[in-house]
Design a protein around this ligand. Structure first.
Ligand code: NAP
Length: 287
């Protein structure tokens, strides 16, 4: 991104995220006023992956910003599934803890799914359990995985009409593509969910009013694929701060597009903190 593109085409995640965090701060304040203590967002971190450690530090900083306490359970490389599930069960039973995260990827041989399933729905603020996913698919209230939830907030902020729109979601991961497709369907978009076996990807993108790119491949989506006037959401975050969309070419055709960085990324973390604040209020029944 060279910074010289038409400003009115940019979907500014950083600015909206700031407002979401201000809202979360007010909710945290409400909890503190009612209980005398700040709610706690707990993260279980296994092993010594530097990228995971950096994400955890970033989440801790955002917790600090809104007055929420952040508790990090550091577990060594070699931790077993039983050990991580045991830790999550302790956090699940702790009334001070409003939300539980398992920083992923978790190192092998931990069964990540078993760890996610140990998080009770009320504390599953990143929507990783099958119960949360089921509710998202059915359009029932749940903490939706934070990246697609943040993307929907961004689409709403820019008044993007989803009803009847053709949307393509590139990527079918449980944290991103799948819940994203469900949320768009629930908002009455017609959705094509694409993945690595999809044959006519460029053609599908060319027919889409809304494109969500979540494949994890730098500049994978070519500008020439984009339907003129389309809304382009780039959830990708690859080495060198590069998204999944060839931004410089795509902005020529898109009517709105998220920059990388400064688009989806800040919305993900702000949404997470906001979910944790909502969970704290819901658990205390003080709304
Ligand atoms: P993931 O679990 O690796 O899933 C990638 C998906 O892309 C898979 O469904 C895969 O298809 C599909 N894919 C891979 N190559 C493809 C190709 N050539 N054509 C079509 N589809 C292809 O990744 P993820 O966790 O969903 O993350 C996706 C991207 O979002 C990454 O860049 C990640 O860093 C980023 N991300 C950003 C945030 C944020 O806050 N900004 C949060 C989470 C993730 P198969 O299922 O067939 O393998």
């Amino acid at each position: 991104m060279n910074g010289e593109w038409p400003a009115d085409k940019l979907m500014r995640g950083t600015a909206l995220a700031r407002r979401v965090l201000e809202g979360a701060r007010a909710k945290v304040e409400k909890v503190r006023a009612a209980t005398g203590v700040a709610p706690v967002l707990a993260t279980v971190l296994v092993g010594d992956d530097p990228a995971s450690a950096a994400y955890v530090r970033m989440k801790r900083k955002r917790c600090d910003d809104v007055g929420m306490k952040s508790l990090v359970i550091d577990m060594p490389q070699g931790t077993t599934t039983e050990q991580i599930v045991g830790e999550i069960e302790i956090l699940a039973a702790d009334d001070a803890v409003c939300g539980i995260l398992v920083q992923h990827p978790v190192p092998a041989p931990i069964d990540r799914r078993a760890a996610f399933e140990a998080i009770p729905l009320a504390k599953d603020v990143d929507g990783v359990s099958s119960a949360a996913m089921g509710r998202v698919v059915l359009g029932m209230p749940a903490y939706v995985p934070c990246t697609p939830a943040g993307i929907v907030r961004l689409l709403d902020e820019y008044a993007v009409v989803l009803d009847g729109a053709h949307a393509a979601v590139l990527g079918r991961s449980p944290i991103l593509g799948r819940p994203m497709a469900s949320m768009l369907i629930n908002r009455h978009a017609t959705v094509t969910l694409c993945h690595s076996r999809t044959r006519n990807l460029a053609e599908i993108v060319a027919g889409s009013d809304v494109l969500i790119a979540a494949v994890g491949r730098p500049r994978f989506v070519q500008g020439g694929w984009i339907k003129p006037g389309a809304i382009v959401i780039d959830a990708g975050y690859n080495e060198g701060n590069v998204g999944d969309v060839d931004f410089d070419a795509a902005i020529e055709r898109a009517s709105l597009i998220t920059p990388v960085p400064g688009g989806v990324g800040p919305m993900t973390i702000a949404t997470l903190i906001d979910h944790a604040a909502d969970a704290a209020i819901a658990q205390l029944d003080i709304s």
